[in-house]
Design a protein around this ligand. Structure first.
Ligand code: GLN
Ligand code: ZN
Length: 744
């Protein structure tokens, strides 16, 4: 190996296209409107644009293979032939097999989809079993490299690293099968790939090992060591950059530094204090000092300072983003509607690349940094004053027993009360009304009228089905976070700020840029209208502070906790207004509670303290007789089970159908003694559960929870389903509750 140079870089780049060209092309392909050649053409243009843009911006090292038709983990699984037999048996073309893995096909479910670390990007979980035989089955990174080379650009292919790949994969349930046993055969395949990349002319390859910013076992660290010893000892290979992001690489830094890899990337935005081991002296350190996953302009002097302190501790220090830029929108300049004071504080992918280049020139060329004016965030002294005055009693309600008695006295609900999670099917009529409002062919008053008639239908429907606690159906909400962000001060919306969530699904997260406050009630007119139509209780529906933060870009000039408390105060006021308007039950959804959990368990406690604290701040102003519900989903609650108890909600509805009610026993074990509604119906599938199977699930739950505390509800909201399924499913749900009630 010759002495290596890398130079300024970014760890990855958006791929959906500045105008979501990839989304449009893949969806057109799925709908049969364009053929594969048409799809490949769009992909090729997007790749070329990205490489040319990054080259023109002056980056020294351009990441390659950042393009994907769906997801980079799926790409890696397919590249190394980890395709379960049932997908092969479909006998489809390569590209259609790929999409079958991602999206399923008639009778075949797709691979499981799950969140990429603590981001809102989702990857497909590879399935590995004793029959998995890794081999280099494709050439995607090589073809991508050659395509760039033909344009005169040498890229650094980016590939998920072997150990992170294994850690993220799911092992089939075969007894005695351990996925780490597959490491050697996987390394054979990586070795072959690296050889071919070198032959094609690649000077560098980037292998991503973000799994190691989380807790790692000794076995996992040993696998990391083995993998990079082996790969770095290959005779023919590009230089290797191992990239970490989203946290502190911790003990794995030393492990990697002791192998023969040339460069290591560290996230110095999330974990600025991470340990720089002496062995890094022979390595290139890629200093992630520009935030790759948030939208704020970099404070250049601070970032330069962070990179400069490493100068004596590494063979070369290069400036980079802290993670791939996949998680931020393309270009701030595309926005025309942003407030100037907010815009002055923002940087999207394009602007961040320019920051990296500027910082590198300052670091190694001694160029001075351009002067930047800083705009102050929107400040609200009233909100700050209220937060400063908070006391423990602002997060505490009366004893549960007292609340339960007062609520039952008022609500008079049966045992095993039935309800839903909030949303009802978003029909084409609802979507059309929203589109007309946007186009201006429908005015506010007309829109309100249409939403009200939808609410009236949803209420009548629920009464007919016989549910005990009703909802208004959330027709007026495009999205459960965006809806509130648009009504709160301190948030901004973008026109083109799309980021990939999964596959062709893109989201436009709101930007929480300043102090948050509520200019006027947000949900009261809808909820009170719904309640005016029925004698049964209608739940008020709010999104909780943690979920609002998790699905937004959040200001980074103050701790998340402070922003969460401001949102919580706005919700607290909303609950007061709902109560005053006669609403007796309020549900505060926190589906993202688990999502923001930090990667290392040492950091869990402080996270759970502030997240639970903000929920309690939002809800504890409620009267004793007001019943507070919360809703959690996206499974795997094991790690936050104590926190669920800590929320102190009167009723917690929680996804449980697929795991067959396991959560009920878990909750019982931690002494949870309030209301619980374990989902009895998996809303992610169009399948209608029959009464008998719901009865079986309810019997399991009823064995652990007394009837007056057990609720009967689906797993989650019904907005993605149609009435053709919802009607029989809810009918069966009500019948099942009745059967179990009567058998007692
Ligand atoms: N109330 C929301 C709904 O029913 C909750 C959605 C969620 O948990 N993701 O749609
Ligand atoms: Zn849910």
């Amino acid at each position: 190996m010759t002495a290596s140079k890398l130079g300024s870089t970014v760890l990855g780049y958006p791929r959906i296209g500045p105008r979501r060209e990839l989304k449009k092309a893949t969806e057109a392909y799925w709908a049969g409107k364009i053929d594969e050649a048409g799809l490949q053409q769009v992909a090729r243009e997007l790749r070329a644009e990205t490489w040319q843009e990054l080259t023109a911006a002056g980056l020294d090292s351009i990441p390659g293979n950042t393009f994907s038709f769906y997801d980079q983990v799926l790409d890696t699984a397919v590249l190394f032939d980890a395709v379960p037999q049932r997908y092969r048996d479909l006998g489809l073309s390569d590209v259609d097999t790929y999409f079958a893995l991602a999206r399923g096909r008639d009778e075949i479910a797709p691979l499981e989809l799950t969140k990429w670390f603590d981001t809102n990007y989702h990857y497909l979980v590879p399935e590995l079993g004793p029959d998995t035989r890794f081999r280099l089955a494709g050439d995607k990174p090589i073809a991508d490299f050659l395509e760039a080379k033909a344009l005169g650009i040498t890229v650094r292919p980016v590939i998920v690293g072997p150990v992170t790949f294994l850690r993220l994969a799911k092992a089939s349930g075969h007894l005695g099968f351990n996925k780490i046993d597959l490491l050697e055969s996987l390394l054979d395949a990586y070795a072959e790939l690296l050889g071919k990349l070198a032959e094609a002319g690649a000077e560098w390859v980037q292998l991503d090992e973000p799994a190691f910013v989380g807790d790692s076992s000794l076995t996992e660290l040993a696998a990391l060591k083995r993998a990079y010893n082996r790969l770095s000892e290959l005779e023919t290979r590009p230089k290797i950059l191992v990239a970490s992001y989203f946290g502190d690489l911790g003990e794995a830094t030393g492990t990697l530094a002791d192998t023969g890899v040339e460069a290591i990337a560290l996230d110095l935005v999330t974990a600025p204090e991470q340990r720089i081991v002496p062995a890094l002296r022979n390595k290139i350190v890629v200093a992630g000092v520009v935030d790759g996953r948030n939208v704020w302009r970099t404070d250049l002097p601070t970032a330069l300072g962070k990179a400069a302190t490493l100068l004596g501790s590494a063979a070369e220090v290069v400036v980079s983003t802290s993670s791939s830029l996949l998680h931020v929108p393309y270009d701030l300049d595309a926005e025309t509607d942003l407030d100037d004071a907010v815009r002055a504080r923002l940087a999207f992918a394009r602007q961040k690349v320019a920051e990296v280049v500027t910082l590198q020139k300052a670091l190694t060329g001694g160029e001075s940094l351009p002067a930047t004016e800083t705009a102050a965030p929107l400040r609200n002294d009233h909100v700050r004053g209220r937060i400063a005055a908070l006391r423990p009693e602002h997060r505490t309600r009366a004893e549960y027993a007292q609340r339960a008695a007062a609520q039952q006295e008022r609500l008079k609900l049966p045992e095993l009360a039935t309800t839903t999670i909030g949303s009802f099917p978003q029909t084409s009529a609802i979507r059309q009304a929203r589109a007309e409002l946007r186009k201006g062919t429908l005015d506010e008053a007309g829109y309100t009228e249409r939403m009200r008639s939808e609410i009236a239908e949803v209420i009548a429907f629920q009464e007919r089905i016989g549910l005990d606690v009703l909802v208004h159906g959330e027709p007026e909400r495009n999205d459960m976070v965006q809806y509130f962000a648009e009504l709160l001060d301190g948030f901004a919306a973008t026109e083109h700020g799309w980021v990939q969530s999964y596959g062709s699904r893109c989201v436009r997260p709101p930007i929480l840029h300043g102090d948050v406050s509520r200019p006027k009630p947000m949900t009261v007119p809808w909820s009170t209208y719904a309640q005016s139509l029925t004698d049964r209780p209608v739940k008020g529906m709010l999104t909780g502070p943690v979920t609002i933060l998790a699905w937004s870009f959040v200001r980074d000039d103050q701790p998340l906790k402070d922003s969460a408390e401001q949102v919580a105060l706005a919700l607290r006021d909303e609950i007061k207004d709902l109560e005053a308007a006669g609403i007796r039950i309020v549900q505060v959804d926190e589906p993202a509670l688990r999502e923001l959990l930090p990667p290392r368990s040492a950091d869990h406690r402080s996270y759970l303290e502030w997240s639970v604290g903000s929920f309690r701040l939002a809800t504890s102003g409620a009267a004793v007789a007001t019943q507070i519900h919360t809703h959690l989903c996206y499974s795997e609650f094991g790690e936050v089970i104590d926190a669920i108890d800590g929320l102190d909600a009167d009723v917690t509805s929680i996804e449980a159908a697929r795991s067959k009610m396991e959560i009920v026993a878990d909750l019982k074990q931690v002494g949870y003694g309030r209301g619980v509604g374990p989902g009895v119906y998996d809303i992610h599938s169009p399948r209608v559960p029959d009464t008998g199977e719901i009865v079986e699930l309810l019997k399991v739950a009823a064995a652990a929870v007394p009837g007056e505390r057990l609720w009967v509800n689906p797993d989650c909201g019904l907005k993605t389903r149609g009435y053709a399924e919802v009607e029989p499913a809810l009918t069966n749900l009500v019948a099942a509750a009745k059967q179990v009630r009567e058998a007692r």
